[in-house]
Design a protein around this ligand. Structure first.
Ligand SMILES: CCCCCCCCCCCCC[C@H](O)CC(=O)SCCNC(=O)CCNC(=O)[C@H](O)C(C)(C)COP(=O)(O)OP(=O)(O)OC[C@H]1O[C@@H](n2cnc3c(N)ncnc32)[C@H](O)[C@@H]1OP(=O)(O)O
Length: 719
């Protein structure tokens, strides 16, 4: 796991060999320890180079080992032995030096990086802190403020920035390993003490306490309840206030606390879940490993509304040539201006040139003859979308892939109007489409493996976390949102206020509560959908009482709010009051409180005190229950997919792992018991009826999440 060789006569070359990222597993740590001991003992060896095989220095500690009992030599003494030795050690960094990998390099006396390499301490994103001396050595090397920033955010740094910051000593376009070997010979005999970071003091500006206090305030504000960033600041404080050994002691104490936390488990689960969803499989046996994507060099977007514009920007940024089609000339001109502005803004931030040359705008669908893949993003109306698909089917080349960006309409119905249903697939982007990381790739019953591979591959090129989902109403994300929204509305009827519900959800870790999000999206969106579904407006069954629709409880509160012209942020009033139309600062609105009070009086509802716990249980457990139904119906590959959809598309706090992971953390028996309780109290709310999968899992002793698949009734997959 670490290869030893003697090169150029006097240089010991230690190569980490643990593909794919040379993670510091027990075997690698043992290999390094033995190799370093050998090099330090061998009188013929005058200096040492440490590098990684296959163009990667090291991706850090082996995260998979964190769930198992620790074995092998620990990292801290291993790195100390390198630093304390009397021979110069040079780290040759190619690819990445992340986490424990960078800490290993910081224990070396010199660091040489390839120009394409990246370094960083991303432990915070795993709910941890750099606990192999990173919080003590990095501030000593680059100073307090930059070290705080890197450690609390986990940001990756390019070789060029690392050179500027002083993390690395040299950057090369050639082989970092060759330069390191040459350099290791040049530094033989030079004093080593100034290169041993543990012997140095952290360079501190006079306002050190202010810097630390401000950093603490900043991370607390951003962390939304995550503990690791706070612990990172505490550890770095120790690098300023304490001698090295005491600082290391503090680092270990803080790490021990984080290491055992449910947040660390959740964040590490997310790390692997994010990678797992990319490895999709279908019930037919096709999977990501045996299905080849079609080449896509030229794409098209139909419709230049908000979604179409975002999708266009995302495609151009990924380097694709794009034809943007909008039949309305005025809308086309507006879309063109907005897309150009977005691309220019993005390019400016990255100090790059906007690729406007990749774009072609037209009102004419017949210009799509040569495009490989088309994404339809017109208004959410089945008749209109069908008309577009019919035209696309006759205009586009026979092997062009046709995608729809519908947020919940039936992909099969759209496919049925084309002559190539096997080449039709859903690509459900989330607004703003060039920013949001989530993509639901919706498999229609006839979508071919090749077309699934193409959509998933394109998602990856766009930098999205793409999740394969089944073709059901609302797909996965929006389907699970419905019970959540319903519960929030019911809570208002029963005595809550929008700010009480939102407060509980924000305290839980959502960036915005449900009512603030609704105001941001525009309340008319849901209003229109409810009208079309016959839940409000002229199509309501006249026999239905006001608070009951289609055999179940219904809250007309959102409709009443819309009827008053309160459409959310854009109209300056929604569930909250805003300073102006388009304003963003929400303040509680006495008119909404009055509306709620009058409503309760009118319907004879006696308001009651509602606490945060009830808000969370009713909103989140209802959503989770629908997640179990999604699994039961075979609409998702597994709980990991659902969790990634919620983390990347709906603001679910990552340190809580996603709804299904959260359910497992809370305990499935508890979730079931609370759902049963609320179902008894609200028998007219079917979505509180616990799903049969949840019941089966509880009866079977609540197996861990990765075993849930075994309890699905077969054949179940609709994928
Ligand atoms: C009980 C009380 C105990 C108390 C105290 C305990 C103290 C313990 C002491 C520990 C000391 C801590 C030391 C250190 O500070 C901690 C760390 O180093 S944590 C790890 C930090 N590193 C990272 O976060 C990097 C994570 N990886 C990446 O960012 C990327 O994978 C990459 C390296 C940039 C490569 O990206 P890609 O090329 O895109 O490839 P993938 O991402 O798809 O990865 C490929 C493959 O590799 C797996 N993998 C990647 N990194 C790791 C890793 N560090 N460990 C294990 N596995 C890793 C990844 O999962 C992929 O595999 P797949 O999932 O597809 O099977």
């Amino acid at each position: 796991m670490a290869r030893y060789a003697q090169v150029q006569g006097s240089v010991a070359l230690i190569t980490l060999t643990n593909p794919p990222v040379n993670a510091l597993s027990a075997a690698v740590r043992l290999g390094i320890t033995e190799a370093v001991t050998r090099a330090l003992r061998d009188p013929k060896v005058k200096s040492v180079v440490i590098c990684g095989e296959n163009g990667v220095f090291c991706g850090g500690a082996d995260i998979r080992e964190f769930a198992k009992p620790m074995t092998g030599p620990p990292l801290v003494p291993m790195i100390s032995a390198i630093e304390e030795g009397d021979k110069p050690v040079v780290a040759a960094i190619e690819g990445v030096a992340f986490g424990g990998g960078l800490e290993l390099a910081l224990g070396c006396h010199y660091r040489i990086a390839h120009s394409k390499a990246r370094v960083g301490l991303p432990e915070v994103t795993l709910g941890l802190l750099p606990a192999a001396g990173g919080t003590q050595r990095l501030p000593r090397l680059i100073g307090l403020a930059p070290a705080l920033e890197l450690i609390t955010t986990g940001r990756h740094v390019t070789a060029q920035e690392a050179l500027k910051l002083g993390i690395v000593d040299k950057v090369t376009d050639q082989s970092a390993q060759d330069l390191a070997i040459q350099f290791a010979q040049e530094v033989i005999g030079q004093p080593l003490l100034p290169r041993k970071l543990s012997t140095q003091l952290t360079p501190c500006p006079p306002d050190v306490d202010t810097i630390l206090d401000e950093a603490m305030a900043r991370v607390k504000q951003r962390a939304r309840g995550a503990m690791a960033p706070v612990a990172c600041v505490q550890a770095v404080r120790a690098a300023v206030n304490l001698p090295y050994q005491a600082g290391m002691q503090k680092e270990q104490e803080l790490m021990a606390f984080l290491f055992r936390s449910s947040q660390a488990r959740a964040l590490q689960y997310c790390f692997f879940a994010q990678r797992a969803v990319g490895k999709w499989s279908l019930s037919s046996g096709a999977h990501s490993g045996n299905s080849k994507p079609r080449p896509v060099t030229k794409a098209a977007v139909i419709g230049l509304g908000t979604m179409g514009r975002g999708i266009t920007v995302a495609l151009v940024k990924a380097g694709l040539s794009v034809v943007a089609v909008e039949t309305n000339k005025k809308q086309l001109e507006m879309g063109k201006q907005m897309v150009s502005a977005m691309l220019k803004h993005d390019a400016q931030k990255m100090n790059a040139v906007p690729r406007l040359d990749l774009l072609h705008y037209t009102t004419d669908l017949s210009e799509l003859k040569n495009t490989d893949l088309i994404i339809e993003a017109v208004f959410e109306d089945m008749a209109l979308k069908k008309e577009v698909f019919k035209k696309l089917s006759s205009v586009c080349k026979p092997d062009a892939v046709l995608c729809t960006n519908t947020s919940g309409l039936d992909v099969d119905e759209l496919a049925s109007v084309t002559k190539r249903p096997e080449l039709v697939v859903g690509m459900h982007f989330f607004a703003p489409a060039h920013v949001m990381k989530l993509l639901e790739v919706v498999r229609g019953s006839r979508s071919s493996p090749e077309v699934m591979a193409t959509a998933m591959h394109l998602g990856k090129r766009l930098g999205k976390v793409s999740v394969v989902v089944g073709n059901c109403s609302g797909f996965v994300g929006n389907r699970m949102l419905r019970p959540y929204l319903d519960q929030a509305n019911f809570l208002l009827e029963e005595g809550a206020t929008p700010e009480l519900v939102d407060g509980a959800l924000e305290e839980f870790g959502f960036p915005m509560g449900v009512f603030k999000v609704s105001d941001l999206s525009g309340l008319d969106v849901g209003w229109r959908i409810r009208k079309e579904a016959g839940l409000t407006g002229p199509n309501v069954d006249p026999k239905d009482p006001l608070r009951r629709r289609q055999g179940r409880r219904y809250s007309p509160l959102p409709d009443l709010v819309c009827e008053q012209g309160r459409l959310g942020q854009k109209s300056g009033r929604g569930w909250y009051l805003y300073d102006k139309p388009g304003g963003r600062v929400a303040t509680p609105d006495p008119d909404i409180h009055k509306l709620l009070e009058d409503y309760r009086v009118r319907h004879g509802i006696r308001p009651r005190q509602i606490g945060s716990q009830e808000v969370l249980e009713r909103c989140l457990f209802a959503l989770i229950n629908e997640g179990f139904r999604v699994l039961e119906d075979g609409m998702a590959m597994g709980p990991e997919g659902i969790d990634m959809i919620y983390v990347f598309g709906y603001g679910w706090p990552r340190h809580r792992g996603g709804p299904m992971f959260y359910a497992a953390m809370v305990g499935l028996p508890r979730v079931l018991e609370r759902l049963e309780y609320y179902q008894q109290v609200h028998p007219d709310v079917p979505h509180l009826q616990p799903s049969s999968l949840l019941r089966r899992l509880v009866v079977n002793g609540s197996p861990p999440l990765d075993k849930w698949r075994d309890f699905l009734q077969r054949p179940h997959s609709q994928l």
